[in-house]
Design a protein around this ligand. Structure first.
Ligand code: ADP
Ligand code: MG
Length: 447
């Protein structure tokens, strides 16, 4: 039936939809005129019903030569019988979305559904994200995705945005971190850069889809919560899709105002867990394929066995091994992998706040690399994060000025003092900077 359905309606159903929604369906019973079909995940019954019951009904009726009804049940409700595996799919090419559109929406071109590996840790979040991407504003609003650091929240959010843009390049999509939201609000209130609050509101409220990443960082800031509350209401009332991510579910965010908490729970809340071994292997293989690496299976297994907590570290480990082999012009062997990862794989390592950690977090935050920070570059986009690092090293570690200077690419201690003092002075008058420092400290030390 599915094959016929696909034949008939393939132009209206994308491969990913077919794979996610139709392929997992299983027939359960056929009584009277009603065919009952099993949907594996309970939360998506109403969605599958809404989107696909007509397709299924028509196809089945035609196939049997008589009018049938379809009904859906969750897997948990019934005992599913085994079905032969569905055939593999040949991807359909679609016109690419122009880079301008992607850039205007603030999206990373690599974070799509195609590059997202689905595993037992994230399948619900993936299905929810896809449902929202296929029918923004219609069903799950808001979509609230939560989970620990480096588990794929941002990736999934971008994937939703890419998908919607591909479907409709004219839709208005805005992805922002909650830091950007906060800082732009601060600027608007103080009329900095000539942005008025009206313009701020227009920018955030005039969207078909608004994605706010890491909402935990606006929480605890009253004026920001207030503004976000109104943004939320405006969008929600006009049936615009809102997608939010956080490190915790709404229930567990202590400083979240009640009225926002209840709104966050109006839609669907899904989590992403740490990946299991199979998923870690699949992610490493996917990355290997994407980057065109050719790495021995033993090495991939070694990484997947030893790096468990988060996917960013998993990717980082692979990149580090490849970099080391290129640098030393040697093959990627198990010994090389052990050598490359010896610092990361120290057992039960408590995350200690070191200059290295601060450099890593601040670089990530500003979208530059630790090598930039340590280089002699004097452009503002590098100097500023570098000074922030100096400030944070003095504030958060016991490291001496000499050690801090050394970690920052052999700078002398007067440079470190100067940088740290510059930031300390700016903090007195710059609320945006205060917000950024606040967020960086939470990223460095979540406790
Ligand atoms: P988070 O926002 O939860 O901290 P990210 O979305 O930034 O995490 O993910 C961290 C890195 O791991 C990114 O490079 C992302 O592409 C990658 N990643 C996360 N989940 C997956 C997945 N399921 N498949 C492939 N790559 C993933
Ligand atoms: Mg993120």
């Amino acid at each position: 039936i599915l094959l016929i359905l696909r034949e008939e309606y393939g132009d209206q159903i994308t491969d990913i939809s077919y794979k996610t929604w139709l392929e997992p369906l299983k027939p359960y019973s056929f009584k009277g005129n009603t065919i009952t079909i099993i949907v594996p995940e309970q939360p998506f019954i109403s969605y599958v019903k809404k989107k696909y019951s007509t397709f299924l009904k028509v196809t089945i009726s035609e196939f049997l030569g008589k009018e049938c009804e379809v009904d859906f049940k969750a897997k948990e409700q019934v005992e599913a019988e085994e079905q032969p595996a569905a055939p593999s799919l040949i991807p359909k090419a679609k016109a690419p979305v122009s880079p301008d559109v992607i850039q205007n929406a603030n999206l990373n071109p690599k974070y799509t559904f195609d590059t997202f590996v689905v595993g037992s840790n994230n399948n619900l979040a993936h299905a929810a994200a896809l449902a929202v991407a296929e029918s923004p504003g219609e069903i799950y609003n808001p979509l609230f995705i939560y989970g620990g650091v480096g588990l794929g929240k941002t990736h999934l959010m971008h994937a939703i945005a890419h998908f919607i843009l591909k479907d409709n390049p004219k839709s208005k999509i805005l992805y922002v971190s909650s830091e950007t939201f906060t800082n732009e609000l601060i600027d608007a209130i103080r009329n900095k850069n000539n942005i008025t609050t009206t313009e701020f509101r227009e920018k955030y409220r005039n969207n078909d889809v608004l994605l706010i990443d890491d909402i935990q960082f606006i929480i605890g800031k009253e004026s920001t919560q207030e503004e976000f509350f109104h943004t939320f209401n405006t969008l929600y009332e006009s049936k615009k899709q809102i997608i939010i991510s956080s490190d915790k579910p709404p229930k567990e965010i202590e400083t979240l105002e009640e009225r926002l908490r209840s709104r966050f729970e109006w839609g669907l809340t899904v989590d992403i867990q740490s990946p299991d071994y199979e998923t870690r292997m699949a992610i490493l293989r996917k990355k290997e394929e994407m980057e065109g690496y050719n790495i021995d299976n033993e090495v991939i297994k070694y990484i997947a066995t030893n790096i468990k907590s988060n996917i960013r570290e998993l990717e980082g480990a692979l990149t580090k091994i490849v970099a080391l082999s290129r640098l030393n012009k040697c093959d990627i062997t198990l010994e090389l992998a052990e050598e490359a990862l010896k610092d990361i794989i120290s057992p039960n390592a408590q995350r200690e706040v070191t200059p290295e950690l601060i450099i890593q977090v601040v670089s990530d935050h500003f979208g530059i690399t630790p090598a930039d920070v340590m280089s002699q570059k004097r452009t503002k986009d590098i100097v500023y994060p570098r000074q922030i690092i100096m400030y944070l090293c003095r504030d958060m570690t016991e490291a001496s000025l000499q050690v801090i200077g050394l970690s920052l690419g052999k700078r002398d201690h007067t440079t470190v003092i100067h940088g740290a003092e510059k930031i300390a002075a700016d903090l007195q008058k710059d609320e945006t900077l205060r917000n950024t420092i606040d967020i960086l400290k939470k990223k460095i030390n979540p406790q």
